[in-house]
Design a protein around this ligand. Structure first.
Ligand code: PRP
Length: 189
């Protein structure tokens, strides 16, 4: 069975496209101002959820920057909540030693993924290491993680769209939606 139209799974829109883009512009301006004195900034996107956020955020930055990606997974296909078990699937292609690193995430939930990523990257001795997340599901936190830039703090609801998936579908939607309770696609959820 293929994925149904998103409307079949959408309970309500939590953050519409206009609000998202406005906030990302603000984040871009804030980051640009904060890093103005540094020579370079190295953006590290955590795949796959950060794809759309990264693409929009970097176009709002008015400072020189490079981009790389880490592929990390914690939920697994069909899972609705983080398991706490984090797998690094693909490492960076370049060294971050002495660089000003900014991690770009779509969502921080339990915090396990980011905690693991921060541990790994700190050991590589960047000049600085900060975090920018579009969404912060703060009430779900199990491990404390430092967040330097937050787009939106959201309640404990299952969200999709704008990079976030339901069983790997719907990442292309331009808004953040809330999944209807009990919605499934392929019977694995
Ligand atoms: C999501 C999200 C974060 C992580 C947050 O990734 O992109 O990386 O979970 O959860 P946590 O704070 O509870 O660890 P996911 O594993 O779903 O992979 P994806 O981005 O490829 O969809």
């Amino acid at each position: 069975m293929t994925a149904p139209p998103y409307n079949d799974l959408l309970d309500y829109v939590l953050i519409d496209a206009e609000r998202l883009q406005k906030r990302i512009t603000e984040l871009g301006e804030e980051i640009t101002a904060d890093y103005r004195q540094d020579h370079d900034i190295f953006l590290i996107g955590i795949l796959k959820g950060s794809m759309l956020f990264m693409a929009d955020l970097m176009r709002r930055l008015d400072i020189p920057h490079m981009v790389d990606f880490l592929d990390v997974t914690s939920y697994g296909a069909g899972a609705r909540e983080s398991t706490g078990y984090v797998r690094i699937l693909m490492d960076l292609h370049t060294s971050i030693e002495k660089k000003n690193v900014l991690i770009v995430e779509d969502i921080v939930d339990s915090g396990h993924t980011l905690d693991r990523v921060l541990q790994q990257l700190r050991a590589r001795q960047p000049a600085s290491l900060r975090v920018c997340t579009l969404l912060d599901k703060a009430e779900r936190r199990e491990v404390a993680v430092p967040l330097d830039y937050v787009g939106f703090t959201i309640p404990n609801v299952f969200v999709f769209g704008y990079g976030l998936d339901i069983d790997e579908y719907y990442r292309n939607l331009p808004f953040i939606g809330v999944v209807k309770p009990g919605a499934i696609i392929d019977g694995t959820s």
